[in-house]
Design a protein around this ligand. Structure first.
Ligand SMILES: CCCCCCC/C=C/C(=O)SCCNC(=O)CCNC(=O)[C@H](O)C(C)(C)COP(=O)(O)OP(=O)(O)OC[C@H]1O[C@@H](n2cnc3c(N)ncnc32)[C@H](O)[C@@H]1OP(=O)(O)O
Length: 477
């Protein structure tokens, strides 16, 4: 199945085009994905491995296609995304099923379409459409793509048969005008204005992200520079993005997002056979940066919180900080003033643990000191109702050692947030050797409810610490 452009797929395409060109019997070439779809892009798992730079790289495959002396037609069904679309743009013609979709989702993993996509697409669709599609990772349906000149024909029958028929009609037609690298960008005169408008949108919608800005710059280069020079610059930009922390985090989250809902423990318990309990109320212990941030995450998700801090001045300060964080959200139009008040109404501050007797879950967020945490957990075990889950925000300490201070190790887990907790969407869910599947299921479900984009990811056994880590969610950049 031609779905992801692994090295062996690139090699197959490269050799196939060369062979077809050498074969006198062949008069036109059709590239089609086997199975349900055209390739959905480069293999993200291959990035940062030798396979990603092993020849033929995607651009070399594209050049072989574009330089083919025989017409090459891409027949798109399903989705042609990322590198898949870049391959299609190197073809001389593109036809697609009416229900196909195309797009450049690279920006969503912190990259840009780095196999000449930013330089080729504007030559076909015009700048405005290319900027919008590339900088926001938008997918468009075949009809839209046809309207914008990206596709040459829409098909509603058997795509392969229609591609063969199409091929017979274009055999012998001149190919130079079909080679995008030889064409000019249509609306080049408007480049500066279009760039400024798109940049303003990017700054508003994708605040703090580098890739969308690089996408726009690279599309702008398609006008300001020769094709070859713009491609060279595109390469430089993608390599810079590829080695940056934003792209690393977004690629990680891409996979975490998909594997989270499929969590499974070595004992066989999984998301499919373990029922989570509903957390109605929670306690957070420690009103420092982490505790306050965690409290914000919870109240924003509508979970009433009792924030425990024995230092009363610190507690007062934390309540003000939390209110200030919510004010920030109101200013950014992420919540209304009314919603802010609703959040504050479900937050209570206290200086004693005994107020936590009735909560369903406690998240301890005091500083990293095993003895202190064990002391707190031993007290919680006495104070809280038997069903309460006791969680620690520890990043380094052994959950088993914390759990052994209680008589309910099955209900002890790690819920590790990353600072600032109300912005970072990464939450690491650590469970010890005695944590029950029901506790894992509940904590996972709770993480999802906190509005993190991604819930859970693959399990990895941390042999050194003798516990298993389930990591979920990503960074809200
Ligand atoms: C130094 C090198 C420079 C190289 C420059 C190269 C330039 C090109 C870059 C690219 O092409 S980057 C990739 C661009 N494409 C994408 O980002 C597409 C991402 N995928 C999707 O959007 C969706 O998966 C889909 C294609 C729309 C299908 O969605 P669906 O809901 O049907 O399935 P999923 O659950 O999302 O995925 C199934 C399965 O496949 C894995 N997967 C999907 N895409 C990729 C990919 N591009 N690389 C590797 N793996 C991919 C996904 O993780 C799932 O795996 P499992 O969870 O089942 O293990």
């Amino acid at each position: 199945m031609l779905k992801v452009l692994h090295h062996h797929v690139r090699e197959g395409l490269f050799e196939g085009i060369k062979r077809a060109n050498a074969d006198e019997q062949v008069r036109a070439i059709v590239i089609i994905g086997e199975g349900k779809t055209f390739p959905c892009g480069a293999d993200i798992r291959e990035f940062h491995t030798h396979a990603s730079v092993k020849e033929p790289v995607l651009t070399a495959v594209g050049h072989t296609i574009e330089n083919s002396g025989k017409p090459v037609i891409s027949a798109i069904h399903g989705t042609a995304l990322g590198g898949g679309l870049e391959i299609a743009l190197c073809c001389h013609y593109r036809i697609a099923s009416e229900n196909a979709r195309i797009g450049f989702p690279e920006v969503l993993i912190g990259l840009l379409p780095g196999a000449e996509g930013t330089v080729r697409l504007p030559r076909l669709s015009g700048l405005a459409f290319a900027m919008d599609m590339i900088a926001f990772g938008k997918q468009v349906n075949a009809k839209d793509a046809f309207r914008h000149g990206i596709l040459d024909k829409l098909c509603n029958g058997n795509i392969l048969e229609e591609a063969k028929q199409f091929a017979t009609k274009v055999i012998g037609q001149p190919l130079d005008s079909r080679r995008l690298s030889r064409l000019d960008v249509k609306d080049a005169a408007n480049v500066d204005l279009l760039f400024e408008v798109a940049l303003a949108q990017v700054k508003r919608k994708s605040r703090g992200q580098i890739a969308p800005i690089y996408c726009l710059k690279s599309v702008r280069n398609s006008v300001r520079m020769s094709f070859d020079k713009a491609v060279e610059e595109e390469q430089r930009l993608i390599m810079e993005l590829m080695t940056g922390y934003q792209s690393t985090a977004l690629q990680y989250s891409f996979f975490a997002d998909r594997s989270a809902p499929k969590w499974r423990l070595p004992c066989g318990a999984s998301v499919h056979n373990t029922k989570p309990s509903r957390i109605e109320t929670a306690g957070v212990i420690g009103a420092g940066t982490m505790g306050s941030g965690i409290a914000v995450c919870l109240i924003r998700a509508g979970v009433p919180v009792i924030l425990v801090e024995k230092n009363k001045k610190m507690l007062e300060k934390a309540m003000k900080t939390i209110s200030g964080i919510l004010d920030g959200s109101v200013k950014l139009n992420r919540m209304t003033s009314e919603q802010k008040e609703q959040c504050l109404a479900i937050l209570k501050g206290t200086s004693t643990l005994d107020k936590l007797s009735n909560v369903d879950m406690v998240i301890e967020a005091v500083y990293e000191n095993l003895e202190l945490k064990r002391e707190i957990f031993a007290q919680l075990d006495k104070v809280c109702k038997p069903s309460t889950l006791l969680c620690s925000n520890t990043s380094t300490l052994d959950i088993d050692k914390i759990a052994s201070a209680t008589n309910r190790p099955d209900k002890v887990a790690g819920t590790h947030f990353f600072a600032p907790a109300f912005i970072m969407k990464l939450m690491e869910n650590v469970y010890g050797t005695k944590t029950s599947p029901a506790t894992v299921a509940t904590v996972m479900e709770f993480g999802r409810r906190l509005g993190k984009e991604l819930e859970a990811t693959k399990e990895e056994i941390k042999n050194i610490r003798l516990h298993l880590t389930v990591t979920f969610c990503t960074i809200d950049l």
